[in-house]
Design a protein around this ligand. Structure first.
Ligand code: URA
Length: 264
């Protein structure tokens, strides 16, 4: 019995790490000798160019332009959801089971933005439904917030990165136009960024979450005439791994509660 439980935990761990995504539709004979690799071309000296923009590759910049046009064309959240679901410019969509758009009350004063769906979210199609989501719900309940009533939850990425790896800069950049439009259409009174990825992407800052959390920023959002008060805090999955930081997260929550009361 104990062995079965251990095996089942091992299998679950392998799936979380993305082992099932390595399985191909057709079998490959790995014992066949590999074709010889073509000789490497001799390196040609080229001038050193200092990059001035984030590293989005040339084909990606066309996809990025198309993402911007599509996002800006959405007139409400229903249209934006349909646009994101139909968008095939992000390669993560190919390995994901569901597009994970949002959950909660679209008329809520509070919008929370996480990193990307995990295995549970990908399976169910809703953000923050796994262990970290359950912790997030308990944390919000501590300040009298319930997602069905007065919170709206989404992520920077709408598709699960295989094996829950960190999203690449290109993947994040391609989803961002939709996230900005998401904020503009939802018009929250307060935005909370959960974890380093959402914080770096939306505040456009390179200092880590430990330095940025717990502070109020005025977030300029294209399409809104006023910046939105925004706070970064630890990601709940980090708090599951490092519960000693829960007291700092609790302070952040109390500050969020006061801000929401002051903006009523
Ligand atoms: N982590 C996130 O950042 N988002 C989710 O939806 C789930 C886990």
């Amino acid at each position: 019995m104990q062995d079965r439980a251990a095996l089942s935990r091992l299998l679950e761990w392998q799936m979380t790490m993305g082992a099932d995504e390595a399985i191909l539709d057709t079998p490959r004979d790995r014992l066949q000798p590999k074709p010889r690799a073509a000789p490497m071309p001799r390196p040609v000296a080229s001038p050193i160019v200092t990059p001035t923009a984030p590293p989005v590759t040339a084909p990606q910049s066309a996809v990025l332009a198309s993402a911007r046009v599509r996002a800006d064309a959405a007139r409400d959240l229903v249209e934006l959801r349909a646009t994101v679901e139909a968008f095939d410019g992000c390669s993560l969509r190919r390995t994901a089971t569901h597009t994970v758009f949002a959950d909660g009350n679209a008329g809520a004063p509070l919008m929370l933005i996480g990193e990307a769906p995990g295995a549970d979210e990908d399976r169910i199609g809703l953000p923050f439904v796994g262990r970290s989501g359950q912790l997030l719900d308990r944390m919000l309940a501590g300040i009298g917030i319930r997602r069905a009533e007065n919170a709206y939850i989404t992520n920077v990425l709408f598709w699960r990165p295989p094996g829950n790896r960190k999203p690449t800069p290109d993947e994040t950049a391609i989803c961002l136009p939709f996230v900005w439009r998401h904020i503009a259409l939802m018009r929250p009174k307060v935005v909370v960024l959960c974890g380093g990825t959402a914080t770096a992407a939306l505040l456009n800052r390179t200092d880590g979450i430990t330095r940025l959390r717990g502070r109020w920023f005025e977030l300029p959002v294209p399409g809104l005439d006023r910046p939105v008060p925004t706070m970064a805090t630890y990601h709940p999955s980090f708090l599951l791994r490092a519960p000693a930081h829960k007291s700092e997260a609790w302070r952040d929550l109390l500050s969020i509660q006061s801000k929401l009361i002051s903006l009523k």
